[in-house]
Each structure stands twice: as C-alpha cells, then as structure tokens.
Design a binder for this molecule. Structure first.
Ligand code: PXG
Length: 288
C-alpha cells in the first residue's frame, strides 16, 4: 500500500511519524474521513473545505493548497489502484519538543491513507440498528468546538466504549444541556409528522458532509427538513430515525435504549433518503 507522507508516496511499512509529533503527543491536529465510490471521491471539495476550517480553527497552516490537496487525495487512490475506498487525510502539528506549545513545532505533517473500510453488516441497513444513549456527554463548544474534526476523539471513544458495554454499535451523545448532539461518529436524524429533523451544529453536532447531503436529498424528494433542539422525548416519539456518516452512510435506527422507534422497522422516508444517497455517491464529487 502506498501512503502519501509529506510530499512523497512511500510504502506503508515506511510511512512513519515521529514519537515527538504533537499529533501523537497531544492530539494536536485535524483529519478528514472521505469515501471513494466507483472512482468518484464523494463531495471532496466539501471535505477539504471542512479540513481547511478545522485547521484554521486550531491555527494550523496546511502545507498544501486546495488544488494540491485534491491532487494528493486522488493520486493516493490511483497509486493504490482503488475505485472504492475510505480515505483518511491527516494534518498534524508536526515534530516538536515536549510541551504543549504548538510554536515548538517547526512544520506540520500531512499524510493521506486510502484503504478499505468495514461497514455495518448489510442486515442493519435492511432491518435497522438498535442504539443507546450513553452517559458520557458530548464535549461542549466552549471547551472544544465539535465542529473541529480534530485528532482528539477521546470524548467520542469513551462514548463508543459505553455503547459496546451496553451491547450497541452506536450511541446517542447528549450535550451538557441534555439535548441530543450526535452519535459517536454519526449525525442523528428523526422523521416526525412528515418532516426531517436534526440537531444543529451549535448543539454539538459535527457539520457532517453526509448530513449536508441529506438537506439536498430532502429537497429532491420534497420532504421539509430543519434543525431543532432535540431531546430524547423527540426520538422516543419519532416516526423514524436514521444516522448519517462517511463510514455509516445512511443507516436506519429502530430502537433507542430498548424502546422501539415508530413501527420498529426502517421507515419509508428513511428508505427514500437511503436510495437517493446511494444514487448520489456515484456522481457527486471528483472523478479520479
Ligand atoms: N459526527 C462525528 C463526531 C464524526 O466523527 C460524523 C458526525 C459524520 O460526518 P460525515 O462528514 O462523515 O458525514 C463524523 C464522521 C471512522 C470514521 O473512522 C468516522 C467518521 C467518518 C468516517 C470514518 O470511524 N466520522
């Protein structure tokens, strides 16, 4: 496997970063998870825009321009002969002495991995997921804005561990006020009285690229969509629920905390959204 690392393509065995890289020492860096579908990098420009904003928010100057980022992303896929893949673009603060100060790091490091991703098994797309609400709250925007896709994922990882302890593959995380923020690696949507509803970024949701695709799909299929402050009550009383993410795509949810949602099976609007999403991934974005 060829990895792009700071200006060169190297074998995965040689793709190494230093133990003094602040991305490793302090989680000081940003990343993107992107998908390649049938030779099409899905919404690459949108991912790169978020990557640039994440970097800007932590005052990290990316070493590559937008055009160079596009080239690196596509070339990493081409070098590995991939047409379907999961792409991980990472920028770290780079190598520096011990100590938090980012100005101790001479230059950022940027690498790109294109590989396979293990999706949820097909049965969950057909029958829906049972998820739980975990006690770990989503970190607040005043502490670390969840809109930054940073290398600090411990908050989400603690949520993921709790989900597993409760026997679920994914979990709803509430914000500090008790409103639904998002899942550990996915955004949350419900359908209620013919409308699609989702928490806003200010409630602790990452501005997901898949999430923004759902807004376009809603328009296409003529279903109203809006951002709301969402409580667990809203999920309990929803007609349908689904999650979105680059890894998960669009996945129906049929149970929360042991309670059935709606009819307890993937709902009709969720199925229309999923069908539209599957059409779009092959055409929206950048051809290799
Ligand atoms: N919330 C969080 C916290 C995420 O990490 C999403 C929402 C969905 O955003 P997108 O842009 O993907 O629609 C994410 C995305 C992984 C993996 O390796 C995680 C994500 C994406 C791809 C892979 O587990 N998280």
């Amino acid at each position: 496997m060829k990895i792009y690392l700071d200006g060169r393509f190297v074998d995965d065995a040689d793709a190494k970063v230093s133990v003094f890289d602040h991305g490793l020492l302090y989680g000081d860096g940003v990343f993107e998870g992107i998908r390649l579908y049938g030779g099409n990098v899905f919404r690459l420009e949108e991912h790169l825009e978020r990557f640039e904003y994440s970097a800007k928010a932590i005052l990290l100057t990316l070493p590559l321009s937008r055009k160079e980022l596009v080239d690196v992303t596509c070339e990493t896929c081409r070098q590995n002969g991939l047409t379907d893949a999961y792409i991980r673009l990472v920028a770290t603060r780079g190598v520096g002495d011990l100590g938090l100060a980012p100005w101790l790091c001479a230059k950022p490091s940027l690498f790109c991995i294109a590989s396979k991703i293990s999706l949820y098994p097909k049965e969950y797309y057909d029958n829906g997921l049972a998820i739980v609400t975990v006690p770990t709250r989503r970190i607040g925007p005043a502490a670390l804005p969840p809109t930054i896709k940073s290398l600090n994922y411990l908050n989400n990882i603690l949520g993921k561990i709790e989900a597993k302890q409760f026997g679920a593959l994914e979990a709803i995380m509430l914000n500090e006020q008790g409103y639904v923020a998002e899942c550990t690696a996915d955004n949350v949507f419900i359908v209620h009285k013919g409308e699609i509803l989702t928490p806003s970024a200010s409630q602790g949701a990452l501005k997901g690229v898949t999430r923004s695709t759902i807004f376009d799909i809603a328009q296409e299929i003529g279903v109203p969509i809006r951002e709301v402050n969402m409580t667990r009550y809203d999920v309990w009383c929803a007609d349908e629920c689904f999650l979105t993410g680059t890894g998960a795509e669009v996945i129906p949810v049929v149970k929360l905390d042991g309670r059935e949602i709606g009819a307890g099976k993937p709902g009709p609007i969720t199925q229309r959204v999923l069908a539209s999403f599957r059409r779009r991934v092959l055409v929206e974005g950048t051809r290799l």
